[in-house]
Write a protein that binds this ligand. Sequence first.
Ligand SMILES: Cc1cc2nc3c(=O)[nH]c(=O)nc-3n(C[C@H](O)[C@H](O)[C@H](O)COP(=O)(O)OP(=O)(O)OC[C@H]3O[C@@H](n4cnc5c(N)ncnc54)[C@H](O)[C@@H]3O)c2cc1C
Length: 512
Amino acid sequence: MRRGDATATATATAAFAKRREGASDARGETYDVAVAGGTLGVLVAAALQRRGARVVVVERGELRGREQEWNVSREELERLVRVGAITTEDADACTRIEFNPIRCGFHGGGNGNGNAGDLVTRDILNTGVSPAALVEACRKRFEEAGGAVLERASLRGVEVYDDCAVLDVDGVPVRARLVLDCMGFQSPIVRQIRDDRKPDGVCVVVGSCAEADAFDNSSADLIRTVTDIEEDYRGQYFWEAFPASTGPRDRTTYMFTYMDADESRPSIASMLDDYWDLMPLYQGLDSIEDAKLKRVLFGLFPTYRDSPLKTEFDRVLAIGDASGIQSPLSFGGLAAILRHISRITGACEEALDADCLDREALRTVNAYQPALSAAWLFQKCMSVEVGSRPKRDFINRLMRINFNVMSRLGEDVLRPFLQDVVTFKGLGKTLVSMTLTEPLFVPEILMNAGVGPILDWFKHFAALGAYDFLASPAAALADTVKDFSAVSPRRRFIIRRQCEAIIYGAGRDVIP
Ligand SMILES: Cc1cc2nc3c(=O)[nH]c(=O)nc-3n(C[C@H](O)[C@H](O)[C@H](O)COP(=O)(O)OP(=O)(O)OC[C@H]3O[C@@H](n4cnc5c(N)ncnc54)[C@H](O)[C@@H]3O)c2cc1C
């Protein structure tokens, strides 16, 4: 019955993953884990292989990271060391640049004199990591420990049997007890589960790495605006800028915006045109010609309200961008997986040990997280709905008021938010303080967001409160039950995952 449900729920446009009855007759070695997709996948693969699992990575391209820089916090990178995927020396070698301070500022704020009204912090997204070096280091540790890599090998389908999953890798069957879908947003398994549904929101990012004499690399920008909502109401542009490791005058700048997936929305090409027009204003250049372009960067990050993605098949678990565990506000998929890496590798290890590889058990790994769902309202507030005409400075005023309030409330409120993590106490204090200091602005926010989304948000906010209240007892219970042999291995697995869902769902994954 359970299996029938799983297949029916995942009504597929193309049935990439299928549930089959009985045991597989495919021959060959059975891996503990097959990791499909090797960008973030190799990080998890290395950690699992080093902990004793037999792992194979299937990557359709070359198993190598991109030539750009990923910005994360150094403490986030340390978490990869703690799970054994890399060494401290590897972490140092992957770290191409570190910088401080980190600034946030919004158009119309301060005293009109440059960055005077900025909020200044430290150690958040202050490390430029080379994806190429990181993937190479993980791959080396993975292969040294006996891990297998199938490169330039495409996964064409997965059949799930009672005893294992059989991956079709370019026509060759590969057997594994557990499949980790690390194929990103475009994963055919994710598309099948989501029935090719349009995303609820999209974060579109365009940017470049360039060199210019006028670039000021003495600080980075975590978020900044230099204009109000665009005249044609296509959206509000936000900016980020980080010193790049390729040279003292090299800087990576991103322009991003949030929108729904309506067909009338601007294309990436037209956003790039806006980027070339606005980047000189943002970085204090006379003209875009003053910058020597080294690399153009862009990306489109679909987000779904019902994230993380619910597991729909026995033996198949989504990890990384495929799983939707990253905040709808962020395009920091590496940072998100680093914060969850010990939870994910621990869960996979325990699932293999306790043979908890069915859909119900795996669902507890990517469970509901109110901290993630509560962040949805912010994406909505920071975007402009098709056809709506808010005051053009509305989003800037909202951001200024919000950041001023958080800054007054202190680092324990501000720092989680700057890491795109929502916490109950931080959010609660901010809301009360905003209502007291700007009572007339609150109705404007409510009107812009709409009654439905606000009511929906309160549901998640209440759940966040409950999770926050339970987080410390849950941590104690997860620890106690670990070696409690009176409880069955399956029960222990599920209790520990439920405890983790509470801890992470309360937003306790932030870097202090
Ligand atoms: C411009 C830009 C800037 C970014 N900056 C940052 C940053 O500063 N910090 C940060 O944390 N994150 C950043 N990100 C996000 C980060 O790049 C992603 O979160 C990360 O790449 C997600 O990795 P993934 O492995 O989950 O998915 P992907 O990167 O999409 O990788 C999926 C992998 O699966 C493989 N694959 C797909 N289909 C198959 C198949 N059928 N068979 C076998 N293999 C397959 C692909 O070849 C690919 O290697 C940025 C992204 C962009 C676009």
